[in-house]
Design a protein around this ligand. Structure first.
Ligand SMILES: C[S@@+](CC[C@H](N)C(=O)[O-])C[C@H]1O[C@@H](n2cnc3c(N)ncnc32)[C@H](O)[C@@H]1O
Length: 233
């Protein structure tokens, strides 16, 4: 089957996320050996250093774990989270305190007025973006003057030694364990393939600069298997 035929036959991405939502947190912890929690905390500490932001938007809020770290760190005047998966939003509503506005929508076309948020965050969701320049433009527009965007991504280690260990994990452990526990092999095959093929952080950083973001910085965690990219408007 050609890759075009395979793409046409694949269910929409949202269906994958709907299917794994009920085991998502458990599997995240299992597959990352709980490192995902550490990366979210480290990211929030970096992003909130010297920050006066009072409004925050989480793109691909999932079960709410990323925005929750930001909520624990300080008080916000306005909070919102977008996700196109209803079961993910349902899970987020259960764990997050009141005050968060939830929206079921595609984050590639943001339904907010220009300058609505001081901070836009997203964790492990950028791999789903189909047209990165358009997506970044949308983020730029909803940010207020001097606003900040912070993207936490699953990436590949730079060092050849760590790559040798990481590739069998991505190719075999992640899809097999994820598939067995969630019962959805296709979803975890997608997650693993998308980490293998996603653009390097330098590329994302350079696209952010092209959009107009300034002081774009890359922070690598755990030998580069996760990366935070931060830029200012
Ligand atoms: C890998 S999960 C990450 C969830 C959460 N940010 C976290 O820290 O665990 C990606 C989330 O993004 C959502 N998502 C992916 N593409 C999306 C899109 N185009 N529009 C809205 N939500 C999307 C999925 O439904 C899923 O909940």
């Amino acid at each position: 089957m050609s890759s075009t035929e395979a793409a046409l036959q694949a269910p929409p991405l949202r269906v994958f996320f709907d299917a794994i939502a009920f085991r998502y947190d458990f599997l995240n912890n299992l597959l990352s050996f709980r490192l995902d929690e550490l990366w979210r905390k480290k990211s929030a500490a970096i992003v909130l250093r010297n920050s006066a932001a009072s409004s925050i938007l989480d793109l691909g809020i999932g079960t709410g774990k990323f925005i929750r770290v930001f909520m624990e760190a300080k008080k916000w005047k306005r909070l919102a989270g977008i996700d196109f998966s209803f079961p993910m939003l349902h899970a987020a509503k259960k764990i997050l305190p009141s005050g968060v506005g939830f929206l079921r929508a595609d984050f590639q076309s943001l339904p907010f007025r220009k300058g609505s948020f001081d901070l836009v965050i997203s964790a492990f969701a950028l791999r789903s973006v189909r047209q990165m320049p358009l997506f970044l433009q949308g983020v730029w527009e909803v940010l207020s003057e001097k606003g900040k965007a912070a993207f936490l991504c699953l990436t590949r280690p730079e060092n050849i030694f760590w790559r040798i260990f990481y590739f069998p994990y991505l190719k075999f452990y992640l899809p097999v364990v994820g598939g067995l526990v969630s019962g959805n092999f296709q979803a975890y095959r997608f997650l693993s393939d998308s980490i293998l093929s996603f653009q390097e952080p330098e590329k994302t950083a350079s696209m952010m600069r092209e959009t107009g973001f300034q002081s774009v910085k890359i922070h690598r965690f755990s030998f580069g298997i996760a990366t935070l990219i931060v830029g200012e408007k």
